[in-house]
Design a protein around this ligand. Structure first.
Ligand SMILES: [Zn+2]
Length: 308
């Protein structure tokens, strides 16, 4: 709920922006071309940054809270980042990925866009027999929705609408870029659907259970060693996954760039499988972008699962 305090603050900001625009008009065009003139969009982690840059184009300034190379789930926010969120025209996040960001954005109302509200979410995964801790921040759905390009296409359209509302002067440009981005994501989705149809195996063993949406979309089965990257799997869990992997004749255990491959390597040895990197895109890829890395993931999956 929006508190009175925030309402007052929002009015103050609008009045300030009006004064600024008036002053800029009076003092010549040169001074209007500063970075401060553009709406500022703060994104929580890489796939949302990529999406905001594609949809916002040159009309907005995009920043990201999670630095490259940092696993986003356990992000803690510094004072400067909280100040950036306070000043942002729009913040883009997915509730359930980063508790610190969820807390900071909870009071932002219309100035925060939770991408999970734009799509049909899947239930949060659970591991039978594993101790369920009652986390204050836990959400009932799986937040890794960006790993289904068709859902991300839907988010692109919604983000275009939100940017258009926040900056009506460039509404058409946001909507056009959102449509182009959604078209690119739809093309990727079709490639993945086609590329994963005829496979010897349908089972993917992953480091943490990030690929639920990908598995759901392309009719694969995911066995995640852990539910989240910070949790060390118990010996019982590793034994259980080994048993499942053997039963499903799994040839490859997937590791990811931002999580130590140690557990996956031990498991791979145990079941005589190889390891390969499957990127959950929780951070910026070393090369390329979301689209090219997803195409790389498709190749990795086709090799590992024996797809024709
Ligand atoms: Zn994750």
């Amino acid at each position: 709920m929006m508190s009175g305090h925030f309402r007052v603050r929002a009015v103050g900001l609008l009045a300030g922006a009006g004064l600024l625009a008036t002053a800029a008009c009076g003092s010549g065009a040169a001074e209007t071309a500063t970075a401060g003139d553009k709406p500022r969009v703060v994104t929580a982690f890489y796939p949302l940054q990529w999406l905001a840059e594609r949809v916002g184009g040159a009309d907005i300034d995009v920043s990201v809270l999670t630095a490259p190379g940092v696993e986003p789930h356990d992000l803690e926010l510094g004072a400067q980042q909280i100040a950036d969120l306070e000043d942002a025209t729009l913040s883009v996040y997915i509730k359930g990925v980063q508790p610190a960001v969820d807390d900071a954005l909870a009071p932002r109302g219309e100035r925060a866009f939770d991408a999970a509200t734009a799509v049909k979410t899947l239930p949060a995964p659970a591991h039978a027999g594993e101790e369920e801790e009652a986390h204050e921040h836990e959400v009932s759905y799986d937040p890794h929705l960006w790993l289904d390009p068709s859902r991300l296409a839907t988010v692109a359209g919604k983000l275009g609408e939100r940017m258009a509302q926040a900056d009506p002067a460039h509404a058409q440009a946001y909507q056009d870029r959102a449509a182009r981005t959604a078209a690119d994501l739809t093309a990727l989705d079709q490639e993945m659907a086609k590329g994963l149809t005829n496979c010897t195996s349908k089972t993917m063993v992953t480091s943490h259970e990030a690929f639920g949406y990908l598995a759901d979309r392309y009719k694969l089965k995911q066995i995640g060693i852990t539910l989240d990257p910070e949790t060390e799997p118990s010996p019982a869990r590793i034994a259980e996954v080994a048993k499942l992997a053997n039963a499903e004749k799994v040839t490859t255990i997937f590791t990811e760039a931002l999580v130590s491959p140690k557990v996956a390597e031990v498991l791979a040895q145990e079941v005589h499988a190889k390891t390969a990197v499957l990127d959950p895109l929780e951070g910026k890829p070393a090369n390329g972008d979301y689209l090219s890395q997803m195409r790389q993931n498709l190749k990795t999956l086709q090799t590992a699962l024996g797809c024709a």
